[in-house]
Design a protein around this ligand. Structure first.
Ligand code: ADP
Ligand code: MG
Length: 718
């Protein structure tokens, strides 16, 4: 059928629409507009129907010009009685029988609206009085022929969708096109949720929901529609998680590692303390995984200092006791070294053979170590992730432990060169992951959590202090340093130029606040040594220092030979210094909550109470709210939830690497109430029909494939 026939005027409702019909054939579109719409990736009727308004405006219906109240948003309709203005300004006068109103556009492209005397226009805009005349500036208008038969609009206020456009396409064109599609009694929308689910969750059908999204009949109906579509997205996402998990459980065979009472006893005997109940619980979970015959894929969460290392070692020694190998990987050389020293401490006089792969190793040592690992003459290998992954071949690698520390955003599935079956895998993170994210991003992993630290820790008291009190704070801290405590002073930046930085809050920038200098570690170091901390032993520590120098400073700090380190955030991955009981964070408002929480975790490691001072340079609005959260709680999970609410998931992860599909309707933060049921439903569905092969699940399966396209090649294998 020729295209022209389809969008002929007068063909108000054309033949059957299909979801894959090109938009060109929708009434009022045609090839040129179709091209424009394609710039928004809107190519088919289906694309358009799923392109939802990003907000709604209240359309109050038409008003008589004599009733128009200046300062309000109005829609008027009348006849054009005069068109003029000097290009590019267009001025037009409209009369509706009750009065006249001026419409004015500045910078109107010539001929953008085909205005002529006698035409009927419907114009929407904010009415203002100029020279005592009613005027709409830059109104939105529709122009009709003089003889157009327009039915009178007798209706109350209604919500009208506003769509995200671009330079070529405005919201109005999208809305008009959508309305032309909605004019069809039957939308080409397929329901893919099984009827049983719809009924159980009391959700409207898909076509109805989509119609409501574009043309809501009321606030309640709109919310119901939004819920339905949000649920559908969350369900698909959780289905992907469930499928991935199912696949792991059924398709892969792991190495069976036995945890006999004898092995358990021998491992525990290595630790100078009994495990806490929280650690015991995690150890049980891990032992069950290791013995299951399926590869473990577990995420272990616990604040810094909660005792994860011991658990990692327990798991590693289980592998060794079974005659296999284990690898422990850390994000930095410092951390790898720390793990190694811990292992060294716990394993004195044991027969376990372990090695640290360092970057600075000699070729010979390295070659010897690699050979031993490959021959199975090394039980435990410690190193950074890069080091271990790159070129190490294992003999019988049974367990991989990854200390992600604070970088849980990138959970790669590591590939190892190993002869045996797929190794067990345990990832440790010190970043508490909010439950919502644990259920989404890491939804296919098993999760263990240590909520309570080992006993005998002091409290950490947090104070938010305005920067004007800098001298007072530092003098006070000096007193405590002189009495034998140690402190960290953390600054956002090392040094160099005192760069002007924009304030973190965009609203602040709009108010004309040009920003303020970043407090540098170098400058703070100078101020302290020349001022309130004159005569004390202080060191400047930052990531740019040679590794040996950093190690030396940290060693001095651990040994109590220096009072304080002024540092950038390198202390995040620093060592365990039980005597460090004071932390001062400069410009605390520049950090994310999770980062502050991690920083704070550096103190409070000993038995004494600790103090954390957050120097606030900005205490209004969001910044103040965030710092208040820090002062209120030390529970990492509550802080993470707050951070997520305040800044959204993007900030927590930074990139798209987290593998979350793009959600159009649902919000990970606000739709938590839907996420939980969606997850339940998804896991129940997959348990009953793992491949979604039943006839009633075909549509669901197709929708799942569409949502994840090639991102996760998961459905095919299922
Ligand atoms: P994480 O790796 O989670 O940051 P670590 O495993 O390094 O924490 O433990 C922090 C400190 O707590 C270490 O000094 C460790 O010796 C100690 N510790 C761990 N478990 C226990 C326990 N069950 N009882 C007493 N102290 C413990
Ligand atoms: Mg640790």
């Amino acid at each position: 059928m020729p295209a022209g026939a389809l969008h002929d005027r007068g063909t108000s409702v054309m033949g059957n629409l299909r979801a894959d019909s090109a938009l060109q054939y929708v009434q009022g579109v045609g090839p040129r507009r179709a091209e424009l719409l394609a710039t928004l990736n809107l190519r088919t009727v289906g694309d358009l129907l799923e392109y939802y308004p990003f907000r709604y405006e209240t359309d109050c219906g038409e008003a008589a010009i004599e009733d128009v109240v200046p300062g309000t948003l109005v829609t008027i309709r009348g006849e054009v009685v005069r068109v003029g203005g000097r290009r590019p300004t267009v001025r037009c006068e409209v009369d509706d029988g009750t009065g006249t109103c001026v419409l004015r556009w500045f910078n109107m492209p010539y001929g953008a609206y085909n205005l002529f005397r006698g035409a009927t226009v419907i114009a929407t805009g904010v009415a203002e009085l100029f020279n005592e005349r009613l005027e709409l500036r830059q109104p939105r208008i529709q122009v009709f022929a003089p003889d157009a038969l327009l039915t009178a609009q007798a209706r109350g206020p209604r919500q009208v969708g506003v769509y995200r456009g671009n330079a070529q396409v405005n919201s109005a064109l999208i809305r008009r096109t959508v309305q032309n599609v909605l004019a069809h009694a039957e939308l080409p929308v397929e329901e893919f949720l099984p009827p049983a689910l719809l009924a159980r969750r009391k959700l409207p059908g898909r076509a109805e929901a989509i119609r409501q999204m574009h043309r809501p009949t009321g606030a309640a109906a709109l919310e119901r529609a939004r819920r339905r579509l949000a649920y559908e997205e969350l369900l698909l996402m959780e289905l992907a998680m469930a499928v991935r998990r199912q696949k792991r459980l059924t398709l892969q065979s792991g190495m069976k590692l036995h945890v006999t009472p004898e092995i358990d006893r021998r491992i525990r005997a290595r630790f100078p303390f009994p495990l806490t109940p929280a650690q015991d619980q995690v150890v049980r979970e891990i032992a069950a995984d290791l013995q299951s015959g399926r590869p473990m894929t577990r995420l272990l969460q616990g604040d810094v200092g909660s005792g994860k290392t011991v658990i990692a070692l327990y798991a590693a020694l289980t592998a060794v006791a079974n005659g296999r190998q284990a690898a422990i990987m850390a994000p930095t050389e410092i951390l790898a070294g720390q793990h190694f020293r811990n292992i060294d401490r716990y394993l004195v006089d044991s027969r376990v053979r372990y090695v640290l792969l360092r970057g600075g190793m000699s070729q010979r040592d390295r070659a010897a170590a690699l050979a031993a690992i490959e021959r199975g003459e090394m039980d435990l290998v410690v190193g950074t992730q890069a080091l271990i992954q790159k070129d190490v071949a294992f003999n019988e690698l049974a367990l991989v432990l990854v200390d992600e520390q604070h970088k849980f955003g990138v959970l790669q599935r590591h590939e190892f060169r190993t002869k045996g079956p797929m190794p067990h895998y345990l990832v440790m993170t010190a970043t508490p992951i909010p439950r919502t994210l644990a259920m989404t991003v890491f939804g296919d992993l098993d999760v263990s959590i240590i909520r309570r630290p080992p006993p005998g820790r002091g409290r950490v008291i947090t104070k938010v202090v305005p920067r004007q009190k800098w001298d007072v704070v530092m003098s006070y801290v000096r007193g405590r340093l002189e009495r034998g405590e140690q402190a960290y002073v953390v600054c956002p930046q090392v040094g160099g130029r005192d760069e002007e930085a924009a304030p973190p809050d965009p609203a602040e920038r709009r108010r004309g606040n040009p920003g303020r200098a970043v407090v540098t570690a170098a400058e703070t170091y100078r101020r302290l040594t020349e001022g309130p901390w004159c005569g004390l032993r202080i060191e400047l520590l930052h990531g740019g220092l040679p590794a040996a120098r950093k190690q030396a400073i940290l060693a001095d700090f651990v040994a109590g030979r220096i009072h304080a380190v002024v540092a950038t955030t390198v202390v995040e991955v620093g060592v365990d210094v039980a005597n460090a009981t004071i932390m001062v964070v400069e410009q605390a408002d520049r950090y994310g909550l999770s980062q502050l929480h991690q920083l704070r975790g550096r103190v409070g490691r000993g038995a004494r109470d600790s103090l954390c001072v957050l120097l606030a340079y900005e205490s209004s609005g969001l910044a103040g709210e965030r710092l208040a959260v820090m002062a209120r709680t030390t529970d990492g999970f509550r802080i993470a939830e707050a951070d997520l609410k305040l800044r959204g998931p993007g900030q927590l992860f930074g990139t798209k690497q987290h593998g979350l599909p793009e959600l159009r309707v649902a919000s990970i933060v606000d739709d938590f109430g839907l996420l939980e049921p969606a997850r339940q439903d998804a896991f129940t569905l997959i348990a009953a029909d793992p491949g979604l092969v039943r006839p009633e699940h075909q549509a669901l399966r197709a929708a799942l494939r569409k949502m994840f396209a090639d991102k996760l090649a998961l459905i095919d294998a299922a």
